[in-house]
Design a protein around this ligand. Sequence first.
Ligand code: IMP
Ligand code: MG
Length: 174
Amino acid sequence: MAIRNLISAEEIASALSEMGKQISSDYAGQELIIVGVLKGAFIVMADLARHIDLPVHFDFMAVSSYGAATQTSGVVRILKDLDSEIADKHVLIVEDIIDSGLTLSYLLKSLAVRRPASLEVATLLLKEGIQRVPLNIRYVAFRIGPEFVIGYGLDYAGLYRNLPYVGVLEGVEA
Ligand code: IMP
Ligand code: MG
């Protein structure tokens, strides 16, 4: 399958550095829990975190959507919950990509009831205009079209997560 380069490693590095600076200034003087949504977010999280100049705790969640593999149903099963309590803490969810937004919307609801001091989202990619739920995403590195992308944590059938750039997998429907 052909891969078309969409966002280079250099562009990603520079955008995550900017995002990290912005986060450091927005949360100045506070501690932050960054929550990575496995598996896709692990690379973004590792690179973004190294540009955040704050006391940071790391936690992870793993989720899986019910239903067909390529279609998000919006009903999400939590496979791994947070290790830490988040009441009265500042929580930043880190995502690789927001597509329909249904997975994230479900996660936000399930974390909001735990009464964090704040709950925001940082994502590497946002597919523009196709969210099926209203979402307020505080930090977005790149807005892209409705293509199916891989690399930098994003997979197709479990592969390509280790590509250092974001590419479009030609011939795969988004
Ligand atoms: P959503 O619930 O539709 O926003 O999508 C949730 C998940 O679907 C993301 O966290 C990704 O794991 C996956 N996903 C959506 N679009 C893509 C893509 O273009 N490439 C790879 N994975 C994707
Ligand atoms: Mg995925």
